[in-house]
Write a protein that binds this ligand. Structure first.
Ligand code: MTE
Ligand code: MO
Length: 324
């Protein structure tokens, strides 16, 4: 029998539906029969693990905290953030942390390409040392209506944009994740449009908030959270914060992003957090803060309106596409 290859829009509902809708973190932990700390200890995965590969810039962590970026919520327990992840390259569920350890993060390069005055392929450690690192505590709001708080270390994307020197006609910045189906088994699932791609406007990229993350919890970034370099865009839904970046390209054409390609009505290009605009399949009014009991109200732009709302002031605020 001929087995037809599935197209993105033919994905069975169970595969596009975030797992969280069916199972929350506590249920998963209970089902596993032991807590996150126990898993970490028994598998030897955790803080020490990132150091097994030689990381020439490990001396930069912990980085000095930039007090301009703190939050009123408690920082999420490290064991939770190390064991509850979305990283579809390693599987479409939350427990990818073991498999993600197979990713080789040295040597690693990040290519700056497209409509810029200074195209360049950076060695990751040259890049990090040149840009320098600071710590910023950001909220993170997943589109699945859970959230966490992480002490990221890294540098503002704006700094890299300045070094790249975008041409006047460049309008978008496109980020790409590695492609390696031998290591990342999720990438053998051919109905997904690999590699993972995300994008924003150049104007957004020059804002103070977008943060290129290379460390977390005072150490080099762990693989399951997107080592060696990922984005943190705290006013947008989490899927915009792309992990394990290998290229950053400037262009005049808006690309179709990974999730937009799969399900444009649910995961759009802008994806700014707005508690009043529900996801087609669930409410965005509240969120489960990982590591706490109960839900809290979600904030417009996830609480970062002061920093970013002006970017969208000339757009139609009633357009659903601004918030999806
Ligand atoms: N390359 C890549 N980046 C990704 C994802 C992914 O599947 N692949 N998932 C996104 C989603 S949906 C979220 S919520 C965050 C999760 O980051 P965390 O695991 O560090 O909490 O990563 C984002 N970046
Ligand atoms: Mo997410």
């Amino acid at each position: 029998m001929l087995i037809r290859k599935r197209r993105g829009w033919e994905i069975p509902e169970s595969q596009v539906t975030p797992e969280h809708v069916f199972l929350n973190r506590r249920q998963i932990l209970k089902a596993a029969g032991f807590g996150a700390a126990g898993i970490l200890a028994s598998r030897g995965i955790g803080p020490a693990r990132a150091d097994e590969e030689t990381i020439p810039t490990a001396d930069l962590y912990p980085a000095a905290r930039n007090d301009a970026y703190t939050v009123e919520r408690a920082i999420t327990d490290k064991d939770i953030n190390f064991t509850y992840n979305n990283f579809y390259e390693f599987g479409s569920h939350k427990r990818i942390y073991r498999d993600a350890q197979d990713l080789e993060i040295r040597p690693w390069t990040v290519e700056i390409a497209g409509m810029v005055d200074n195209p360049k392929t950076w060695d990751i450690d040259d890049l990090v040392r040149t840009m320098g690192v600071e710590e910023r505590v950001y909220r993170h709001r997943c589109v699945e209506a859970w959230s966490m708080v992480a002490p990221w270390a890294g540098f503002p994307l704006a700094k890299l944009v300045a070094a790249a020197g975008p041409k006047p006609d460049a309008k978008y910045v496109v980020f790409k994740t590695f492609m390696d189906p031998d290591t990342a088994r999720g990438q053998r699932q051919s109905w997904y449009p690999w590699p993972y791609i995300e994008a924003m406007t150049v104007a957004e990229a020059m804002n103070e908030m977008p943060f290129l993350v290379t460390g977390v919890y005072g150490q080099p970034l762990v693989k399951q959270m997107g080592a060696p370099i990922r984005l943190a865009l705290p006013w947008k839904y989490g899927f915009k914060s792309i992990k394990s970046i290998v290229s950053i390209e400037f262009t005049d054409t808006r690309p179709k992003t990974f999730w937009e390609e799969i399900q444009p009505a649910e995961y759009g290009f802008w994806a700014n957090v707005n508690p009043e605009v529900d996801h087609p399949r669930w409410s965005q009014a509240t969120e489960e803060v990982l590591g706490t009991d109960g839900r809290v109200p979600t904030q417009l732009f996830n609480g970062y309106g002061e920093q970013v709302a002006h970017l969208y002031k000339d757009m139609d605020q009633s357009a659903r596409s601004l918030w999806m």
